[in-house]
Design a protein around this ligand. Sequence first.
Ligand code: DUC
Ligand code: ZN
Ligand code: ZN
Ligand code: ZN
Length: 483
Amino acid sequence: MSTVIRGGTIVTADLTYKADVLIEGGRIAAIGDGLVGDKVLDATGCLVMPGGIDPHTHLEMPFMGTYSADDFDSGTRAALAGGTTMVVDFALPSPGQGLLDALQMWDNKSGRAHCDYSFHMAVTWWGEQVFNEMQAVVDRGITSFKHFMAYKGALMVNDDELFASFRRVGDLGGVALVHAENGDVVAELSARLLAEGNTGPEAHAYSRPPQVEGEATNRAIMVADMAGVPLYVVHVSCEDSHEAIRRARAQGKRVWGEPLIQHLTLDESEYFNADWDHAARRVMSPPFRNRLHQDSLWAGLQSGSLSVVATDHCAFTTQQKRTGIGDFTKIPNGTGGLEDRMPMLWTHGVATGRLTPNEFVAVTSTNIAKILGMYPRKGAVLVGSDADLVVWDPEAEKTITAGSQQSAIDYNVFEGQRVKGLPRHVLTRGHVAVDGGKLDPREGHGEFVAREPRGTVNRALSAWKELTAPRPVERSGIPASGV
Ligand code: DUC
Ligand code: ZN
Ligand code: ZN
Ligand code: ZN
């Protein structure tokens, strides 16, 4: 069974042109004029783009005493409904648990996926077992390793562990990821706020000011430089960390920054809503910031100093959020966004003139496919690439509402927002999962995508290694002590 996408305009990260696309065996078989196939998808007036890749999701993740509410079923349905055809989820070992053990758990959960997926491996503790298993993880096609610099006493790793793990990732040719917040300072500020009687969701934002993120981002960049590993900073929410990333890139370091659609479009005023549920539903780390920080993130996408827009999709129901009534530190951290990332970014980015359609493709798909070593299988419209495609109608409109979303939770942080720009058809390895705006999901269709190590180092470091190679100095006399 072949499918042809007819009459659309192909938009990739670097090209815009009119052509049909023929799909056979789940891959792109031909691109050209007048192609014929068994099934025809009408793309008149639409843009044909690589399907979105969301490199930052937490599906069915054990966290803060509960599990995130969207699993690989509802999560990947949400992804497809919004034009995203691949997710990269975090396999998260609990402290003391082996990496391969954790991977087995994520393998089991992901069997339900409706679209393709891959994993990042989290390094949540350090020891010989972790060091050894990292090789096996890379051999399984997982080449990116995540480190939490916050969540003290749970997921956080200290600087000695960070440096050891970064060096190992560098030696394996992988990419180090960081959640960059100073976990010691967050713990201290949280305790003080609580002791002073600040128990509401707004205190969550006070406990994690931009400086906490800027400090950790700078530290991670320096440690990555000394370890010689490329660094990817997840959920960059503020100018303080963006500035560190800009500077590192200008110095020739391989450092990438990932803002979230939530931080780009929602601000800190959400935490001052009089409705406790409204504010708590938006508690995530890092928290939403003010407009100046938002402007910085948009500028980073425009100039290329920030590379990828993700969601950190980690959804909790209102009931789960209410665990934190009376103590903001117990509100499960996380928000949803998988279904809304593409339409929200199109509406606030492309329709406003901030981003070109080509830049939209770059930051939603192509850049991350390259960073994670899966381009051009993913992130491209090329003969031979997987047929993960979205036929995008820039004129279609809707109002976002929880009542019609795929996510399993009972609200949506973008509730009531009008978006313009929606998927008409979405293909996942050739299967038409959205047909004329209607979802036709296929549980278990998604496959694991194994990735290759990049094998690149931080160039700044290669120089550093040479300059600081141990070189003992010959000395004739050793002064007596006390002199
Ligand atoms: N931040 C969140 O808000 N949720 C999941 C983990 C994280 O870092
Ligand atoms: Zn995080
Ligand atoms: Zn996350
Ligand atoms: Zn199939």
